[in-house]
Design a protein around this ligand. Sequence first.
Ligand code: PBG
Length: 331
Amino acid sequence: MAFPQTRMRRLRASAGLRGLVRETELSAGRLMLPLFVMDPGSTHAAREPIAAMPGVERLSISAAVADAREAAALGIGAVMLFGVPGEKDEHGSGAWDEEGVVQVATRALKQALPELLVVTDVCLCEYTIHGHCGVLRDDGAVDNDATVELLGRTAVSHARAGADLVAPSDMMDGRVGAIRDELDGEGFSEIPILAYSAKFASAFYGPFREAAGSTPAFGDRRGYQLDPANGQEAVREALLDVQEGADMVMVKPALAYGDLISAVKRATGLPLAAYNVSGEYAMVKAAAAAGYLDERATVLEILTSLHRAGADTIISYHAKDAARWLTELNP
Ligand code: PBG
């Protein structure tokens, strides 16, 4: 039956009716808050602003614990840790150092807030002098297999520190399987892997690289991250990660990749995380500051749309604000 018997507006007429038939509901428990944690050994203030990400700061360990406590109180499901080390080297050895920044921060967080999930980023780019996500061959390309071995070591050190989930973001081939083997071999068979399966070579990571100090010194990441033009390849990457033992998959960035959130979710059936990345955050903050957009309405619309597209979990720098707004809406 079509118009005039059918009138779609009937069920939109009141807040009560809209609430009754709403298909997707966002909740704070689905959100993950990324935290940039600074080296405990170096001298810095407890909090350092990040110019392109108003409201986000690089944090000392104790400031990170304070922010995580706030996040937990707001009902946020997890924090995701990125390390900002004081020193870097050619191989990124700070990544698997038992006294490295992520390892120390994980121990501090698990001790202070045992219930809050700690997810760790497994990558070398914050720890290498050249800023690439792995070790380099003589010709300057990233050496896949040598890198995979170091990633396995890094994941084990995170698990040993108490991480609840490890999330490899490097985009090397075979890293999920290698990390699974390493974890299982060291007695961490219960630790899940959240694979950054479809991570694109994106302009939207700009502010993150400033925050984490991980801009490549030369070249770019197109030799390992996905081409934004390729959707089928993204699904194939995700299916390979499933074969290698991924427990969860990720699509990143989120906003311009809603088609792939939906396609990867359908193809894998796995729990899926969408990463609402730094550049997506920066755009909203800039437009809101200029008075061009209503920040609260925009953020909630973006996060809801990612959930609707198929994301079970959303990683977002807006997480604390969003959780606060969601509680105001549903007290
Ligand atoms: C690096 C990493 C990046 C992000 C998460 N992990 C940047 C990159 O690949 O250059 C981006 C996150 C963001 O932009 O918010 N391993």
